[in-house]
Ligand binder design. Sequence first.
Ligand code: PHB
Length: 392
Amino acid sequence: MKVFKLFAATAAALGLLAGAALADTVKVGIIGPFSGPFAFAGKTFKYGIDAYVAQNGDTVAGNKVEFIYRDLDGVDPAKAKALAQELIVKDKVQYLGGIYFTPNALAVAPLLEQGQVPLVVFNAATSAITEASPYVARTSFTMWQNTVPGAKVAAREGHEKAFIAVSDYGPGIDTEKAFKATFEAEGGKVVEAVRMPLKTTDFSPIMQRIKNSGADVVFAFLPSGPPTLSFVKSFINNGLKEQGVALMTTGDVTMEPDLPAIGDAGLGIVSTYHYAVSHDSPENEAFLDAVEKIGGKRSEVAMTAVGAYDGAHLIYKMIEATGGKRDPQAAVDAVKGLEWTSPRGPVSIDPETRHIRQTVYLRVVDKEGDTYINRETEKFPDQPDYGLMQEK
Ligand code: PHB
């Protein structure tokens, strides 16, 4: 009996050892801005991943998941391509994730099929990105998705003449098209549309053009970070509100970490977006608690953290479905149609576009005690990427 027990224990130990030796490491390369003016995005990508791992462990189907981070501090397609190539060839990653800016995503997409690597986009929001490769899935949002409800609200609230101000690149152009098509279909008129160079730092000339245009509402998009903060401050300092001009935006322009710097003058700014840090749900509370547990600050959480958190979920589901083997087509197929409850609310991956369907919320900048928030006031459930639908 004793001998048998010893034998069984030894066999179990050997089995464990063999199991441990067999367990592979699945590497996931994450590209994002970890330095420079958009470093908040990289930091919050990491918050989202670390929070997900804290809740779900670092092993999937017997495979240890290792995240490898690479810094891409701005719009730089050549560097994006080089970093992705290095991760694929040298580090032998099975998955790529992250990507803040659209041009960087479009530079990486052509490498995926040959490299046999799916890419889960955590932020970049131009509709066409998921069309650039069958191996792209996206857990963020698109400009069309967030702008169409915003344009409907602008018309419903009685605005008649709109001025569109966007950054002059992919997501800005999508915003302009989405707003114009929707607002004009609802009976409004776009009196002027301006595409601002990405490097613009002085917005006073734009504010003057808005004043001269006779618009009663401005719809604006710029990439979250220093450009959005400067734009909102310029709108406030140039007295447009006093002139009776309303500012409406996608939530990119009123991200929570910037609200304290905008201050009380920003109260009342209306936006449409898929995630507010103040979203009231058990999933969001658990997510924010997990962010704090891994050393993050609630005051720094932005939409990029939840894009990464849900992106990690998608990557875990892909690893689970393929048992940790490299099979990009099976991995991507496994998440088509996947539904879950995100910290932002109910979401699913559209099986045709591989883009996330989700509730878009109407929000208003408000104060809860001393904390500035985007208060959700209305829901537009199950919004698709209207941009990709337009092209069909
Ligand atoms: C993008 O480049 O696609 C992008 C960047 C920042 C945003 C939204 C979209 O806030």
